[in-house]
Design a protein around this ligand. Structure first.
Ligand code: GLP
Length: 256
Protein backbone atom coordinates (compact mmCIF):
# COMPACT_ATOMS: atom_id res chain seq x y z
CA UNK A 1 0.00 0.00 0.00
CA UNK A 2 1.18 3.50 -0.75
CA UNK A 3 -0.04 5.88 1.93
CA UNK A 4 -0.22 9.50 0.76
CA UNK A 5 -0.90 11.95 3.57
CA UNK A 6 -1.70 15.55 2.73
CA UNK A 7 -2.41 18.45 5.08
CA UNK A 8 -5.87 19.08 3.67
CA UNK A 9 -8.66 17.21 1.97
CA UNK A 10 -8.27 19.45 -1.06
CA UNK A 11 -4.58 18.62 -1.42
CA UNK A 12 -5.32 14.88 -1.10
CA UNK A 13 -8.05 15.20 -3.74
CA UNK A 14 -5.65 16.92 -6.10
CA UNK A 15 -3.18 14.06 -5.80
CA UNK A 16 -5.99 11.54 -6.37
CA UNK A 17 -7.23 13.50 -9.40
CA UNK A 18 -3.74 13.46 -10.92
CA UNK A 19 -3.59 9.68 -10.49
CA UNK A 20 -6.91 9.24 -12.33
CA UNK A 21 -5.98 11.84 -14.98
CA UNK A 22 -2.69 10.09 -15.70
CA UNK A 23 -4.55 6.83 -16.29
CA UNK A 24 -7.01 8.50 -18.68
CA UNK A 25 -4.12 10.07 -20.61
CA UNK A 26 -2.26 6.77 -20.85
CA UNK A 27 -5.38 4.72 -21.57
CA UNK A 28 -8.22 6.83 -23.00
CA UNK A 29 -10.55 3.81 -22.99
CA UNK A 30 -9.87 2.96 -19.34
CA UNK A 31 -12.43 1.18 -17.21
CA UNK A 32 -13.01 3.04 -13.95
CA UNK A 33 -14.69 1.70 -10.83
CA UNK A 34 -16.44 4.54 -9.02
CA UNK A 35 -17.70 5.19 -5.52
CA UNK A 36 -20.35 7.39 -3.94
CA UNK A 37 -20.74 9.04 -0.53
CA UNK A 38 -19.33 12.38 0.52
CA UNK A 39 -15.71 11.25 0.23
CA UNK A 40 -15.21 11.19 -3.57
CA UNK A 41 -17.05 14.48 -4.21
CA UNK A 42 -13.88 16.59 -4.18
CA UNK A 43 -12.12 14.15 -6.49
CA UNK A 44 -15.02 14.34 -8.95
CA UNK A 45 -15.00 18.13 -8.82
CA UNK A 46 -11.25 18.16 -9.46
CA UNK A 47 -11.66 15.77 -12.40
CA UNK A 48 -14.46 17.88 -13.89
CA UNK A 49 -12.18 20.92 -13.64
CA UNK A 50 -9.45 19.11 -15.58
CA UNK A 51 -11.57 18.86 -18.75
CA UNK A 52 -10.50 15.30 -19.45
CA UNK A 53 -11.79 13.29 -22.39
CA UNK A 54 -14.27 10.70 -21.09
CA UNK A 55 -15.64 9.75 -24.52
CA UNK A 56 -14.10 6.27 -24.47
CA UNK A 57 -14.18 5.68 -20.72
CA UNK A 58 -16.33 2.93 -19.22
CA UNK A 59 -17.45 3.04 -15.59
CA UNK A 60 -18.80 0.57 -13.07
CA UNK A 61 -20.14 1.79 -9.75
CA UNK A 62 -19.56 -0.13 -6.59
CA UNK A 63 -23.01 -0.23 -5.13
CA UNK A 64 -26.64 0.89 -4.99
CA UNK A 65 -29.52 0.83 -2.53
CA UNK A 66 -32.21 -1.78 -3.16
CA UNK A 67 -35.74 -0.52 -3.67
CA UNK A 68 -35.09 3.20 -4.14
CA UNK A 69 -36.50 4.52 -7.41
CA UNK A 70 -33.65 5.34 -9.78
CA UNK A 71 -34.75 9.00 -9.77
CA UNK A 72 -34.74 9.25 -5.96
CA UNK A 73 -32.33 12.06 -5.01
CA UNK A 74 -30.36 9.68 -2.76
CA UNK A 75 -30.06 6.82 -5.25
CA UNK A 76 -26.50 6.31 -6.39
CA UNK A 77 -27.77 6.72 -9.97
CA UNK A 78 -28.86 10.26 -9.13
CA UNK A 79 -25.65 10.90 -7.19
CA UNK A 80 -23.38 9.88 -10.05
CA UNK A 81 -25.22 11.82 -12.75
CA UNK A 82 -25.53 14.91 -10.60
CA UNK A 83 -21.96 14.95 -9.30
CA UNK A 84 -19.94 13.61 -12.22
CA UNK A 85 -21.47 12.17 -15.37
CA UNK A 86 -23.58 15.17 -16.46
CA UNK A 87 -20.45 17.33 -16.29
CA UNK A 88 -18.20 15.19 -18.54
CA UNK A 89 -18.47 13.78 -22.05
CA UNK A 90 -19.08 10.17 -21.02
CA UNK A 91 -21.28 8.01 -23.26
CA UNK A 92 -24.44 6.98 -21.40
CA UNK A 93 -24.11 3.39 -22.59
CA UNK A 94 -20.65 3.16 -20.97
CA UNK A 95 -22.02 3.90 -17.49
CA UNK A 96 -22.88 0.94 -15.27
CA UNK A 97 -24.50 1.26 -11.86
CA UNK A 98 -26.11 -1.68 -10.06
CA UNK A 99 -29.88 -1.79 -10.55
CA UNK A 100 -31.43 -1.69 -7.10
CA UNK A 101 -34.81 -2.49 -8.65
CA UNK A 102 -33.77 -5.62 -10.53
CA UNK A 103 -36.46 -8.31 -10.31
CA UNK A 104 -33.98 -11.13 -9.93
CA UNK A 105 -31.15 -9.76 -7.82
CA UNK A 106 -28.77 -12.78 -7.90
CA UNK A 107 -29.17 -12.93 -11.68
CA UNK A 108 -28.51 -9.22 -11.99
CA UNK A 109 -25.39 -9.50 -9.80
CA UNK A 110 -23.95 -12.34 -11.89
CA UNK A 111 -24.62 -10.31 -15.06
CA UNK A 112 -22.87 -7.27 -13.54
CA UNK A 113 -19.78 -9.38 -12.90
CA UNK A 114 -19.96 -10.60 -16.52
CA UNK A 115 -20.17 -7.02 -17.77
CA UNK A 116 -17.04 -6.07 -15.82
CA UNK A 117 -15.21 -9.08 -17.28
CA UNK A 118 -16.40 -8.34 -20.81
CA UNK A 119 -15.19 -4.74 -20.48
CA UNK A 120 -11.72 -6.12 -19.76
CA UNK A 121 -11.78 -5.66 -15.99
CA UNK A 122 -11.47 -2.49 -13.94
CA UNK A 123 -8.26 -0.50 -14.42
CA UNK A 124 -8.71 1.73 -11.39
CA UNK A 125 -11.23 1.46 -8.60
CA UNK A 126 -12.03 4.52 -6.49
CA UNK A 127 -12.97 3.63 -2.91
CA UNK A 128 -14.15 5.44 0.20
CA UNK A 129 -14.28 3.71 3.56
CA UNK A 130 -17.05 3.42 6.12
CA UNK A 131 -16.42 4.19 9.79
CA UNK A 132 -16.63 0.42 10.32
CA UNK A 133 -14.07 -0.28 7.59
CA UNK A 134 -16.54 -1.18 4.85
CA UNK A 135 -15.58 -0.70 1.21
CA UNK A 136 -18.40 -0.52 -1.29
CA UNK A 137 -21.10 -1.81 1.04
CA UNK A 138 -19.09 -4.82 2.18
CA UNK A 139 -19.84 -4.64 5.85
CA UNK A 140 -17.65 -6.24 8.54
CA UNK A 141 -17.48 -10.06 8.24
CA UNK A 142 -18.12 -9.90 4.49
CA UNK A 143 -16.26 -12.74 2.82
CA UNK A 144 -12.93 -11.50 1.55
CA UNK A 145 -13.65 -13.56 -1.58
CA UNK A 146 -17.17 -12.14 -2.08
CA UNK A 147 -18.59 -11.12 -5.46
CA UNK A 148 -21.37 -8.71 -6.40
CA UNK A 149 -24.37 -9.56 -4.26
CA UNK A 150 -27.07 -8.33 -1.88
CA UNK A 151 -25.95 -7.14 1.56
CA UNK A 152 -27.78 -5.94 4.67
CA UNK A 153 -26.36 -2.73 6.10
CA UNK A 154 -25.17 -2.51 9.68
CA UNK A 155 -27.06 -0.23 12.04
CA UNK A 156 -23.92 1.91 12.21
CA UNK A 157 -23.96 2.46 8.43
CA UNK A 158 -27.68 3.30 8.56
CA UNK A 159 -26.84 5.85 11.28
CA UNK A 160 -23.92 7.23 9.26
CA UNK A 161 -26.06 7.63 6.14
CA UNK A 162 -29.15 8.99 7.93
CA UNK A 163 -27.83 12.50 7.19
CA UNK A 164 -28.68 11.96 3.52
CA UNK A 165 -32.18 10.62 4.17
CA UNK A 166 -33.43 12.78 7.04
CA UNK A 167 -33.77 9.84 9.44
CA UNK A 168 -32.16 6.48 10.14
CA UNK A 169 -35.42 4.63 9.44
CA UNK A 170 -35.55 6.06 5.92
CA UNK A 171 -32.18 4.52 4.95
CA UNK A 172 -32.77 1.36 2.87
CA UNK A 173 -31.41 -1.64 4.74
CA UNK A 174 -30.51 -3.66 1.68
CA UNK A 175 -28.03 -2.90 -1.06
CA UNK A 176 -26.26 -4.42 -4.03
CA UNK A 177 -22.50 -4.16 -3.80
CA UNK A 178 -19.48 -5.41 -5.68
CA UNK A 179 -17.76 -7.97 -3.48
CA UNK A 180 -14.34 -7.71 -1.94
CA UNK A 181 -13.18 -10.35 -4.42
CA UNK A 182 -14.48 -8.12 -7.22
CA UNK A 183 -12.64 -5.07 -5.84
CA UNK A 184 -9.45 -7.10 -5.40
CA UNK A 185 -9.47 -7.84 -9.15
CA UNK A 186 -9.23 -4.16 -10.11
CA UNK A 187 -5.72 -3.50 -11.44
CA UNK A 188 -5.36 -0.55 -9.13
CA UNK A 189 -7.27 0.67 -6.09
CA UNK A 190 -7.41 4.27 -4.94
CA UNK A 191 -8.80 4.59 -1.43
CA UNK A 192 -9.72 8.04 -0.11
CA UNK A 193 -10.50 8.96 3.48
CA UNK A 194 -10.90 12.31 5.16
CA UNK A 195 -11.62 13.43 8.68
CA UNK A 196 -10.98 12.16 12.15
CA UNK A 197 -14.06 9.90 12.11
CA UNK A 198 -12.27 7.68 9.54
CA UNK A 199 -8.96 7.52 11.46
CA UNK A 200 -9.68 4.26 13.35
CA UNK A 201 -10.99 2.45 10.27
CA UNK A 202 -7.91 3.60 8.32
CA UNK A 203 -5.44 2.60 11.05
CA UNK A 204 -7.00 -0.87 11.20
CA UNK A 205 -7.13 -1.23 7.42
CA UNK A 206 -3.53 -0.14 6.84
CA UNK A 207 -1.68 -1.34 9.94
CA UNK A 208 -3.98 -3.93 11.50
CA UNK A 209 -4.30 -7.61 10.68
CA UNK A 210 -6.07 -8.68 7.50
CA UNK A 211 -9.51 -9.50 8.76
CA UNK A 212 -13.08 -9.43 7.51
CA UNK A 213 -13.92 -7.37 10.62
CA UNK A 214 -12.29 -4.51 8.73
CA UNK A 215 -13.05 -5.34 5.08
CA UNK A 216 -10.68 -2.64 3.76
CA UNK A 217 -7.77 -4.52 5.37
CA UNK A 218 -8.08 -7.04 2.50
CA UNK A 219 -6.41 -4.37 0.34
CA UNK A 220 -3.12 -5.23 2.06
CA UNK A 221 -3.11 -8.27 -0.25
CA UNK A 222 -3.62 -6.16 -3.38
CA UNK A 223 -0.50 -5.39 -5.44
CA UNK A 224 -1.34 -1.76 -6.30
CA UNK A 225 -3.20 0.38 -3.78
CA UNK A 226 -2.84 4.08 -3.14
CA UNK A 227 -4.46 5.54 -0.02
CA UNK A 228 -4.98 9.33 -0.10
CA UNK A 229 -5.61 10.82 3.34
CA UNK A 230 -5.84 14.18 5.00
CA UNK A 231 -4.00 14.70 8.30
CA UNK A 232 -7.04 13.94 10.52
CA UNK A 233 -7.78 10.62 8.76
CA UNK A 234 -4.09 9.69 9.16
CA UNK A 235 -3.93 10.68 12.82
CA UNK A 236 -4.04 7.13 14.23
CA UNK A 237 -1.42 5.65 11.90
CA UNK A 238 1.63 4.56 13.87
CA UNK A 239 3.95 4.85 10.88
CA UNK A 240 2.61 8.15 9.52
CA UNK A 241 6.07 9.75 9.62
CA UNK A 242 7.45 6.96 7.48
CA UNK A 243 4.66 7.31 4.91
CA UNK A 244 5.33 11.07 4.69
CA UNK A 245 9.04 10.37 4.33
CA UNK A 246 8.40 7.91 1.49
CA UNK A 247 6.19 10.42 -0.34
CA UNK A 248 8.70 13.26 0.09
CA UNK A 249 11.51 11.08 -1.27
CA UNK A 250 9.83 9.54 -4.28
CA UNK A 251 12.03 9.02 -7.33
CA UNK A 252 11.11 11.63 -9.97
CA UNK A 253 9.54 9.04 -12.28
CA UNK A 254 7.13 7.96 -9.54
CA UNK A 255 5.71 11.39 -8.82
CA UNK A 256 2.19 12.11 -10.06
C1 GLP B 1 -21.13 4.67 1.84
C2 GLP B 1 -20.75 3.99 0.50
C3 GLP B 1 -19.29 3.71 0.47
C4 GLP B 1 -18.59 4.88 1.10
C5 GLP B 1 -18.84 4.89 2.58
C6 GLP B 1 -18.39 6.16 3.27
O1 GLP B 1 -22.31 4.31 2.41
N1 GLP B 1 -21.47 2.83 0.11
O2 GLP B 1 -18.88 3.49 -0.87
O3 GLP B 1 -17.21 4.81 0.89
O4 GLP B 1 -20.16 4.55 2.86
O5 GLP B 1 -19.27 7.21 3.05
P1 GLP B 1 -18.84 8.73 3.14
O6 GLP B 1 -17.87 8.94 2.03
O7 GLP B 1 -20.09 9.51 2.95
O8 GLP B 1 -18.21 8.90 4.47
Amino acid sequence: MEIIIQATQQAANEVAARIVARLLHEKPNAVLGLATGSTPLGLYQALIGMNLDWSQVTTFNLDEYIGLPREHPQSYHSFMWENLFQHVNIAKENVHIPDGNAEDIPKFCAAYEDQIRTAGGIDLQVLGIGTDGHIGFNEPTSSLASRTRIKTLTQQTCKDNARFFGSEEAVPKHVITMGIGTIMEARQNLLLAFGDNKSSAIAEAVEGPITSINPASALQMHPLVKVCLDDPAASKLQRADYYRWVYDNKPAWQIF
